[in-house]
Design a protein around this ligand. Structure first.
Ligand code: ATP
Ligand code: MG
Length: 688
């Protein structure tokens, strides 16, 4: 037996070799691997891909999908490592060809561009992020006059959320309104019109939003011939974290591999945490039955290799109280005397201080910062900690938190590139045109109208008489777009072209132009990591890069840094030491939801996901008071908090409970005051 197979347990091995090298060729029937956290699902999947490659599968014909780009590239690295053991130096060539490893949305974007012509899509389509989508929704809403006549009409963000649910859950507006937005039921008719208008606008403007990437893909493969063609590109389709896929994603898979040949999906129903994006745990539970006459084979794993026994016991305790569950509890032989900590602190300032002390103490005993992570329910919860880490010069990386992408100047520059790529993109066009002196919203709209229907919008733009008061700026603008369009600067050279054009406008618009220019240089550096403008724009939108505490923002590569992450983004990962912030009612479960049973159950699973990231040490922290931001009319407020309801008294036996520190309340209050004053300024300083 090959060495890489020997390291696996029997069930993992069975999953790895399942159907490979059978009489019916190298492509086996459908397979589901369903098991709890840390049981080696992802590891098994990586071994399976490697095993396929070792057994002569063509890596260019393997489609491997998971939930983030980070997870996809980690998987590709694991595959390469295993292949190298067997194939030696040839392995690099083989695994470099693992080109179809990515997220559903990323892969969808690539396929849609490849097949654009066949499905009546302009190949230059641009992709709207949530904010762009909300802006477009707003434009349409204004055009239809809903915002004026109905003062309590749902906001643009809510409209988008409703639309997104309808699309992803393949259901009706009525159903979505009934289940999640009952107060908006009166507006069903208007919403129908609005969504129709929104879809028309997207098509006229040649833009796709997140949901469209799946929707168009599903539409594309609902055509039998195209499904054959797209599905025929891949001998094997493997999906990790299948419990977090939605109906559309499932229908795409079934269309790509109708009989399930070569299809492997992996997941854990107890870790399903994306129902707010219409993911449904039914996908994984119903997977075997999708195939007839013979259902998919199912392999379960029961041994956890990640966590020590006390950590696993506490996590099992939490998930045992869940209402519904398919996967069974796991066992581990990683013994330890140390139960997870449940630490009460007075407030968020103490929480930050406590973590910093513990993190440093861990480092003293040889646990590198990189092997430690701080997890939280919502991105904004780490504010006080980020301040404290910055003050103490402790480097950190915050997953997906590259805030500066949201800043006006970065969006301006990105809009420039986007408009060059797709001059029908109205949201980008509005933004860009209004940078020119003398052009306001109305004039911008006129210009965009004038070029909207021209087959060559940029030619049309060049022929427009220069608008009054634009002076030399107009011809310079037209020239810039034409050279960007022709990709004269090459990639990422055209970033520089755009930046040099933009900088004088930046000087005019913003007082702190110098710091903003530094951001633009940083953006240019990031752009250099992508092969083309199109890939850069697509991937930046779909999967924003991580933020680092380093002002220069360059990835810290070999340096040591602490990981900060939302629980959602920590999915699939593990660290030796894990801290969880604000493990209190109101944070987890979050008080932002409607509080339905389904929502509460999902919050419980979220806590379970967080706890099961820990290998050797787990610390849950419960501040007695914390700030919530802008959740009520008064804005920020102090809340007195109680330990999360998911750890009732009967579960306390699984924890080592303690409080920290033992100083006077007055001193703590003074310090809290101090930190509160610092937060805003420091945060601005960090992200500018
Ligand atoms: P999650 O549900 O959190 O995604 P998972 O089931 O995907 O977890 P992995 O991340 O694949 O689990 O594995 C968890 C840990 O267990 C990893 O450190 C992995 O290297 C280790 N592991 C998995 N299988 C084995 C094995 N047979 N022997 C030793 N270690 C293993
Ligand atoms: Mg995994």
């Amino acid at each position: 037996m090959a060495a890489y197979l020997e390291k696996l347990n029997d069930r993992q091995r069975e999953a790895v070799v399942h159907g490979i090298g059978n009489a019916d060729g190298a492509v086996g029937g459908p397979l589901l691997i369903i098991a709890g956290a840390g049981s080696g699902k992802t590891n098994t999947l990586a071994h399976r891909v490697a095993h396929l490659i070792v057994n002569d599968a063509d890596p260019r014909r393997i489609l491997l999908m998971t939930f983030s780009r980070r997870a996809a590239s980690e998987m590709a690295r694991r595959v390469e490592r295993i292949c190298r053991q067997v194939l030696g130096d040839n392995a690099g060539v083989m695994t470099d060809a693992l080109a179809w490893a990515g997220t559903f949305h990323g892969i969808g974007a690539r396929l849609l561009r490849m097949y654009a012509e066949q499905i009546g899509l302009n190949v230059d389509f641009t992709i709207h992020d949530r904010e762009d989508s909300a802006d477009l929704m707003n434009l349409v809403r204004h055009e239809l006059g809903f915002s004026k006549t109905e003062s309590r009409f749902p906001t643009k963000g809510t409209c988008l959320a409703i639309y997104s649910r309808v699309v992803n859950a393949e259901t009706s507006i009525k159903e979505v309104l009934k289940s999640a937005y009952p107060w908006a039921l009166n507006w069903e008719e208007q919403l129908k019109q609005l969504f129709a208008g929104y879809v028309d606008a997207k098509q006229a403007q040649n833009v796709l939003d997140y949901d469209d990437l799946l929707l168009y893909w599903a539409q594309m493969v609902s055509d039998a011939e195209l499904a054959d063609d797209v599905g025929g590109r891949f001998d094997h389709v493997l999906v990790d974290e299948y419990q977090d896929t939605n109906r559309l994603q499932a229908s795409i898979l079934m269309a790509l591999k109708p009989g399930g040949r070569g299809l492997t999906v992996v997941g854990d129903d107890a870790q399903s945490i994306y129902s707010f994006r219409a993911a449904t745990v039914r996908n994984i539970l119903d997977f075997p039955k999708e195939f007839s006459p013979k259902p998919a084979d199912v392999i379960t794993l029961d041994r956890n290799y990640r966590s020590t026994q006390p950590i696993l016991a506490a996590a099992n305790g939490v998930i045992d109280l869940a209402r519904e569950r398919f996967t069974k509890n796991l066992w581990t032989d990683r013994q330890s005397e140390q139960r997870p900590w449940l630490v009460t602190v007075r407030d968020e300032a103490d929480q930050a201080n406590y973590i910093v002390e513990q993190v440093l103490a861990n480092r003293e005993v040889g646990i590198a910062l990189k092997q430690q992570a701080v997890l939280f329910r919502t991105s904004s919860h780490s504010g006080a900690l980020e301040v404290e880490l910055t003050r103490r010069n402790i480097p950190f990386v915050k997953f997906g938190g590259l805030k500066f992408l949201d800043s006006a100047h970065v969006k301006d520059l990105l809009a420039t590139l986007r408009f060059a790529q797709n001059p029908r993109d109205r949201v980008a066009g509005f933004r860009l045109l209004q940078m020119l002196p003398g052009i306001g919203p109305q004039r911008a709209a006129k210009i965009l109208d004038a070029i909207a229907t021209d087959p060559e919008p940029l030619h049309a733009l060049a022929e427009i008489p220069p608008p009054p008061k634009t002076g030399d700026d107009w011809p310079a603008f037209v020239r810039l777009l034409s050279s960007l369009r022709k990709a004269e600067g090459g990639w990422p050279g055209e970033m520089e072209l755009a930046r040099l054009w933009y900088e004088p406008h930046l000087d005019r618009i913003h007082e702190d132009a110098e710091t903003r220019k530094a951001d633009l240089l940083q953006l240019e550096q990031i752009a250099g990591g992508y092969p083309s403008r199109e890939r850069f724009l697509t991937e930046l939108t779909l999967d924003p890069p991580d933020a680092t505490s380093d002002q220069a923002g360059v990835p810290l590569l070999d340096e040591d840094y602490l990981i900060l992450s939302t629980i959602h983004s920590a999915k699939g990962q593990e660290w030796r030491s894990v801290f969880m912030l604000n493990v209190v009612d109101g944070c987890i479960p979050s008080d932002l939801g409607a509080g339905t049973t389904a929502e509460l159950e999902e919050e419980r699973r979220l806590l379970y996901v967080g706890m099961t990231r820990a290998r050797d040490s787990l610390t849950l922290i419960t501040p007695q008071r914390f700030f919530t931001h802008g959740q009520n009319a008064q804005g920020d407020r102090h809340v007195y908090a109680a330990r999360t309801r998911f750890i009732p008294a009967m579960l306390l036996q699984f924890f080592e409970t303690t409080s920290w520190p033992k100083v006077s309340a007055a001193a703590s209050e003074r310090r809290a005051q101090q930190i509160r004053i610092d937060v805003g300024a420091r945060m601005r300083g960090m992200w500018r």
